[in-house]
Every structure is written in C-alpha cells, then in structure tokens.
Ligand binder design. Structure first.
Ligand code: 5AD
Ligand code: FES
Length: 351
C-alpha cells in the first residue's frame, strides 16, 4: 500500500487537476490495491453524473478508402493489401434502420478521408438519417475538413464529431504522420468544430511509438484547453502492413489508468471503452467501464465489409452481425452490474 498514491488520487478527485509529477506517479507507480483505489474513485465520479448507465453508439464504417498515410493505420493509402470498399447511401441508411430496431440512439459514421464522399453526399446522408430517425444523434468521424464543410454538416443535422488529435506534441505528431500532415491543423479542426456547436470528441492512442509520459501530460493540457465532450483512448495495436508493424502494443494497464485519471479530471466527459481496448484484452471493455468509462461502440457495419476496416491487427467483432454485437455488449454491461441507457447520451452540459 502506498499512501502517496492514494493522496494523489484524493487530491485529483477534489481539485480536478494534477501536476506532471503526480501524473507520472499515477501512471507508473502503485500496487494492485492502489490501482483499484484509483479505479474506485473514477467509478464513484462516473456514477455521480451517469449512475450506472452505459451509452451505446452504433458504429458504421462506411468507407476504408483514405488519402492519408498515417504510419500506424492499416487503411493508410500506401497499404496495397487493404481491400477497399465504399457503402452506398442506401446501405448506410439500412444500417441505421437495423440499429434503430435494436435500440441505438446514436449512429457514428466513420471512414478514412475519402474524397468520393463530397460535402453534398455527406449532407444528404446526414439529412436522410435525421428524417428517418429524428430521435437519434448523428456523429461524423471523417477526418479533417474546412470550417465551411463542418458548418454545412452541422446545418444538415449532424450533432457530434469525433476527431482524435492523436498527440498534442508537434514533434511526436511528426513521428506518427507524414510531413504533409500537421498537428496544428488537427487541433484547429477541433476548435472549429467546437465553435460551430458540435459535441466534439478528441483522443489519443496509448503506447504509440516514441510516446512518453510527458507527451500524455501535454495531451491533458490540450484537452483542458479544448474541453471536449468526449475523449476516445485505446491502446496502439500494430498492423502488419504498416511501418509500425514491429512496434510493441500499447499497455492495457496504462490505458486503464489513463481512463480513470481522465474521468477524475473531466467528471462529465463521455469516455468510451474502445474496441482497441477490447482487442488488446478480451475483458478490456469491461475493465474500461470499471475504470470510469461510460460508452461502448458496437459495430453496425454490414458483416461483409467488417474484415476490411482493419486499422490494426486482430480487431474483434469482424465475424459478428449487428444483433450479435448488440446482445454481446448488453450482456457484458449487465454482467458487471451496469446497464445500457435508453437515452441519446448527450454530454450532461449539452442542451
Ligand atoms: N491501433 C490502435 N488504434 C488505431 N487507430 C488507428 N490506427 C490504430 C492502431 N494501429 C485509431 C486512431 C484513429 C482512430 C479512428 O483509430 O486513433 O483516430
Ligand atoms: Fe461484437 Fe461482442 S461486441 S461480438
């Protein structure tokens, strides 16, 4: 037992802030009991705002074409082994119909940065989903666009936008991305989205090559500035056809500690227990909820394209149907004493 560890947890819980030294201590020190104390504090704060509810977001991976070449990602444009696909508007709408039938109130439309989907096409899809399912939220996760494009998506009814910043440190950013991409531009997109009125999600991978504790602390400072509504984090998992194929996988333990710290720093934030966490550890998503996460993203993509949307190796849920992932997640949530919420699950401060 380590009283210093517990004192830092208490101080963090009371003040919703943490010094760099204390942050490093919580990430790297402590025994099993200390870590459980951190997780219990995070659960306690999550329960205060969300009871024991978990929100489900149906994820539709509608295209794996991407014009970018991020060194970590399996659908990078240089990967000639990726079998590319695009879903039609009708296919996307039918995914939403299936999702609505099994109770989802949020649809997340995710793709690579695929120029085939012009602003007009995205707006048309968003509007049709909102007409068919007016009680549901539409989340876009389609990468970097101009502020004008984001504004159009919003005007056509998109509610939320997910764009992980990947790392707040410009030098680290340049170790993960080709020179054509910039961390500053990525951050600007997030501020633009926020200003327009989206509920915004940023986030990072844990354990990307060259990532240090100082980098993650910089991520926290950036998040304190942005004040996102959602923070998506999961372990880095290598993909065999990328430059990072021989790099080690990110640590599940570190991901869970970071989830708990984020819950204590941002009590009301939406915090997913990600598919990457469930891939790195068979019980990773449950452990995530028990470390303060409150969102899960079941796969709603048609089963014939699932094994093509592979950002990393070993991704779970590629063989299942939408209904199977839904039932599986509901069972996993109730097994740990939580339950799936019926509401849209907007951020508590978002009206
Ligand atoms: N391992 C884990 N997560 C990854 N992502 C992309 N590639 C990987 C990988 N190899 C994450 C990125 C991206 C999100 C959609 O998926 O953070 O923003
Ligand atoms: Fe897809 Fe469990 S969530 S099979």
């Amino acid at each position: 037992m380590d009283n210093a560890f517990k004192d830092i947890v208490d101080k963090l819980k009371d003040s919703q802030s943490i010094s760099k030294e204390d942050f490093a201590y919580l990430l790297e020190r402590g025994d099993k009991d200390d870590i459980e104390y951190l997780f219990a504090a995070a659960r306690d704060v999550a329960e205060k705002y969300f009871l024991k509810e978990v929100y489900l977001r149906g994820l539709i991976e509608f295209s794996n074409y991407c014009k970018n070449d991020c060194y970590y990602c399996g659908i990078r444009c240089s990967n000639r082994n990726a079998e590319r696909y695009r879903l039609s508007e009708e296919e996307i709408l039918s995914c939403c119909d299936i999702g609505a039938k099994i109770g989802f109130k949020t649809f997340v439309l995710q793709s690579g940065e695929d120029p085939y989907y012009t602003d007009d096409r995205i707006c048309s899809i968003v509007r049709k989903i909102k007409i068919a399912h007016p009680d549901c939220a539409v989340t876009l996760s389609i990468g970097e666009k101009s502020k004008e494009s984001y504004q159009e998506f919003f005007d056509y009814g998109a509610d939320r936008y997910l764009l992980r910043h990947e790392t707040a440190d410009e030098e680290h950013y340049s170790m993960l991305h080709p020179a054509s991409m910039s961390g500053a531009r990525r951050k600007q997109c997030l501020f633009d989205l926020k200003e327009i009125g989206f509920q915004v999600g940023c986030g990072i991978m844990v354990g990307t090559p060259h990532q240090t504790v100082d980098h993650i602390y910089e991520d926290i400072l950036f998040m304190q500035e942005l004040q996102p509504h959602m923070i998506g984090i999961g372990p880095f998992i290598p993909h065999k056809d990328t430059p990072f194929k021989d790099e080690p996988e990110g640590s599940v333990d570190r991901t869970l500690r970071l989830l708990a710290i984020l819950r204590l720093l941002f009590p009301k934030v939406l915090l997913p227990a990600t598919t990457a966490l469930g891939t790195a550890d068979a019980l990773g998503r449950e452990k995530g909820i028990l470390a303060g996460a409150n969102v899960m993203m079941p796969n709603l993509s048609p089963s014939n394209v699932r094994e093509k949307y592979l950002l990393y190796d070993g991704k779970i849920c590629t063989g299942e149907e939408a209904a199977e992932c839904n039932a599986c997640l509901r069972a996993r949530v109730s097994r740990i004493g939580y339950h799936v919420a019926d509401s849209r699950g907007d951020h508590p401060d978002f009206v």
